[in-house]
Design a protein around this ligand. Structure first.
Ligand SMILES: Nc1ncnc2c1ncn2[C@@H]1O[C@H](COP(=O)(O)OP(=O)(O)OP(=O)(O)O)[C@@H](O)[C@H]1O
Ligand SMILES: [Mg+2]
Length: 241
């Protein structure tokens, strides 16, 4: 049984159908990519899974139990953590205190200081978040998410705004995290080389519909996927094929 299962989910905003009968899943231990052009519904899918929205239709189950019947604050307690497309941190708090917030959200046995060291932020642990480079802030968010002891980690464009070297380091880090913390990772990303390099499976959304699912190599060659990217006013950062 999949750890996370999204089944037939529809999410409307007025006349916009942000998700149109979308289904996908993630098995325990997998890194699953969720890609698609701007406005495809990727962040909306994360917002449904984390209970910011209650979908018009469909079901979301985590570890065999419905998520839609629990309130939003229960999501993190059940072992789901996320990072945001636009980094969301307490800017005046130190790096370590931001990570402590994550640990506090769910009583776990993880020491926030150890997590800060693990993601390579030991040198800036005492510095306030504001003023730190964007790549560092993204890593603080990752540490905060890890500190809550998740089983499922949702990452919304973790490579966005990072330079090539930082993207390579991040890919290595996510791979290590999966092993060291027995994580399942759902990864929304526009950086094609990055997502295709680390995902076991990739799902592709376009205008709220799931247009392809499969191994990275298959999805990259799928004509519907190529058409979705070329047809939209969106050029992936890396060529698709
Ligand atoms: N709270 C909201 N109210 C109204 N419309 C929304 C809301 N959230 C998302 N949308 C719309 O739903 C669609 C999907 O948006 P979403 O943010 O999920 O796309 P995305 O795939 O994450 O795009 P991007 O790659 O640009 O981040 C868009 O048309 C967006 O304008
Ligand atoms: Mg988004």
């Amino acid at each position: 049984m999949a750890l996370l299962s999204v089944a037939n989910v529809t999410q409307r905003f007025g006349g916009i159908v942000a998700l149109d009968r979308v289904s996908f899943d993630a098995e325990q231990g997998e890194i699953v990519g969720l890609i698609g052009p701007n406005g495809a519904g990727k962040t909306t899918a994360f917002n449904v899974i984390t209970r910011l929205y209650t979908p018009d239709q469909g079901e979301v189950t985590f570890d065999g139990e419905s998520l839609l019947r629990s309130p939003p604050h229960r999501v993190i307690q059940r072992g789901i953590a996320r990072t945001f497309q636009n980094v969301e941190l307490f800017r005046s708090l130190s790096v370590l205190d931001n990570v402590r917030v994550g640990a506090h959200a769910r009583r776990g046995d993880r020491d926030p200081g150890d997590i800060v060291d693990y993601v390579g932020l030991g040198d800036v642990a005492g510095r306030p978040a504001h003023g730190l480079p964007f790549g560092t802030l993204k890593r603080v968010e990752l540490a905060r998410a890890l500190a809550s002891g998740p089983r499922l980690l949702l990452l919304d464009e973790p490579a966005g705004g990072l330079n090539h070297e930082e993207v390579d380091v991040l890919a290595g880090l996510i791979g290590r995290m999966r092993k060291d913390f027995e994580l399942t990772v759902l990864l929304v990303e526009h950086h094609m080389a990055f997502v295709m390099g680390i995902a076991d499976r990739v799902h592709v959304l376009d205008f709220g519909r799931m247009i392809a699912s499969g191994a990275p190599g298959e999805v990259q060659r799928d004509p519907a996927v190529i058409e979705a990217y070329l047809g939209a006013d969106h050029v992936p950062e890396e060529p698709l094929a």
